[in-house]
Design a protein around this ligand. Structure first.
Ligand SMILES: Cc1cc2nc3c(=O)[nH]c(=O)nc-3n(C[C@H](O)[C@H](O)[C@H](O)COP(=O)(O)OP(=O)(O)OC[C@H]3O[C@@H](n4cnc5c(N)ncnc54)[C@H](O)[C@@H]3O)c2cc1C
Length: 453
């Protein structure tokens, strides 16, 4: 049994194997480092911004893209993926709750579960043309999330053969199973293979699907900005819900703009996907590491129709434009954007919101397509009604934030491809886009394989 990728999808699949089929021989190939060796070179002194490491320590290694994330496990079918379309809504929720139990048992005890059930904000949102999506959210925080990963690794390491810094190059179909060939020449054969390569493995996954004639489709990318403002402005929402997923339908184009990844008292960070620098955010559970700001993304989903197929290429081009103009991520005051002028160091420094990311002051209107930017501006004014101050001049907008979606591989209800024994799970399958959904898909497929033993 080989698992490719040690992100949440791969880890929780391995956890199930070790727990329920301890005699099964399991190997994990992981392109990145083991957990303790994952170090991003940005230190705020000598290295101030992304230097495009070959294997990004933030995205790759044990824990996957989730290792330094905020550890928000959203238990919901409303967002975070479409796993329920394959396995049913009830099963999907059951599995996400099961993953939550594993997290609690491995260091997450004492962390808070937030819920939108019965929240007064649903009504307030409705009154202002906004929709609050339903979810239960376990917020582990970056520090506890890391501890959970350490504990999970300690449980797995004696039963699972880990091959770190070992990116898989080729996946071949052989009699009775598969041959896995790594870039460093190492190769193994197996009866079952689970590919769980996440977003960083998207290009590789596309190549494999093409080589093995696994049908795929791809037509979506989410584009937008990360908003940073003083934490008290959103405290009434974040204290009750922690993360609120709010959707707004724009009047002008009837596009849907949504909040994404809210980080109370958090920091804004760089994210490097395949050499392109975009923006993201996280926050720590430990109050000593809290900042005075809250950040969240505002995203617009862009769906394309035939003949255009390269939605990720479109998102990459826009991100590249911001990298070209800003040398990385651009930051702009909302007031400057509204006045049609770029932000500069002086205006940012004189503003009341102190940026938590060292980004280049610039003009986002030169980067983000008008339709998307108009939608974001409309949404900021809509949010201003439920959280007055959101539309203040000093509110900071970082761009661009892009959510790339992996092509969606054609899978059956077991998340199995047309090649029996080959499963694709997690974000690499295009089915999930979150910690809880990708972890749940790992548990699901592991159990399907165990049933066959
Ligand atoms: C900064 C940040 C914050 C986030 N915050 C949250 C959050 O709070 N809540 C939430 O739900 N989601 C969050 N996410 C998203 C979440 O991390 C992902 O949805 C989740 O990690 C997906 O899990 P996965 O196992 O499918 O893939 P990944 O976590 O991407 O793991 C895939 C692994 O496969 C490895 N790999 C890739 N290609 C190969 C190959 N060819 N050979 C061997 N190994 C390979 C990679 O190195 C990687 O370690 C965040 C993401 C980032 C970057």
């Amino acid at each position: 049994m080989v698992i490719i990728g040690a992100g949440p999808g791969g880890i929780y699949a391995a956890y199930e194997f070790v727990k329920k089929a301890p005699n099964l021989k399991v190997a994990i190939f992981e392109a990145g480092h083991q957990l303790q060796d994952r170090k991003c070179p940005i230190d705020g002194k000598k290295v101030l911004s992304c230097i495009n490491c070959k294997d990004c320590a933030i995205m790759k290694g044990f824990g996957g893209a989730g290792a330094f994330s905020d550890g928000k496990y959203n238990i919901t079918n409303d967002f975070g993926g479409t796993l329920y379309e394959y396995i049913g809504k009830r099963k999907a929720i059951e599995l996400m709750e099961y993953v939550d139990e594993i997290n609690i048992a491995n260091g997450g005890a004492g962390t808070k579960m937030y819920t939108t059930a019965g929240s007064e904000f649903k009504k307030l949102c409705m009154q202002n043309k906004l929709t609050l999506l339903d979810a239960n959210v376990r917020h582990l925080g970056t520090d506890i999330n890391y501890r959970v990963l350490e504990n999970l690794y300690a449980k797995l390491e004696h039963n699972v053969d880990f091959f770190f810094n070992t990116a898989v190059d080729k996946l071949e179909i052989i009699d009775g199973g598969f041959k896995i060939i790594a870039e460093n020449g190492k190769s193994v054969t197996c009866e079952y293979c689970i590919a769980s390569v996440g977003r960083s493995g998207s290009k590789w996954m596309e190549k494999v699907c093409e080589e093995l004639n696994i049908p795929t489709r791809s037509n979506r990318v989410d584009l937008g900005v990360r908003v940073e403002l003083p934490a008290p402005l959103f405290e009434h929402l974040t204290e009750e819900l922690y993360e609120s997923k709010i959707v707004y339908q724009t009047e002008k184009f009837e596009d849907r703009v949504r909040t994404f990844c809210m980080n109370p008292h958090g920091i804004v960070v760089h994210e490097n996907t395949n050499g392109i620098v975009t923006v993201n955010g996280h926050s720590y559970e430990d109050p000593a590491r809290h900042t005075e700001n809250t950040n969240f993304a505002l995203l617009v989903s862009k769906h394309f129709s035939e003949p255009f197929k390269d939605s990720n290429g479109y998102g990459e081009s826009i991100a590249r434009l911001s990298n070209m103009l800003g040398g990385g991520v651009i930051v702009q005051r909302f007031g400057d954007l509204e006045r049609g002028r770029r932000s500069n160091e002086k205006r940012i420094q004189e503003g009341t919101v102190r940026p938590t990311l060292n980004a280049t002051p610039g003009d986002l209107s030169l980067v983000i397509p008008k339709r998307i930017l108009d939608g974001i501006i409309e949404m900021i004014y809509a949010l201003d009604k439920i959280a007055p101050g959101t539309a203040n001049d000093d509110t900071l907008l970082y761009g661009v934030e892009v959510k790339f979606y992996n092509m969606e591989a054609c899978l059956d209800e077991n998340l199995e491809t047309c090649h029996k024994g080959l499963y694709i799970i997690g974000d690499g399958s295009g089915v999930t886009h979150s910690l809880s959904h990708s972890s749940a898909s790992g548990v699901y497929v592991a159990n399907k394989i165990i049933e066959k033993q």
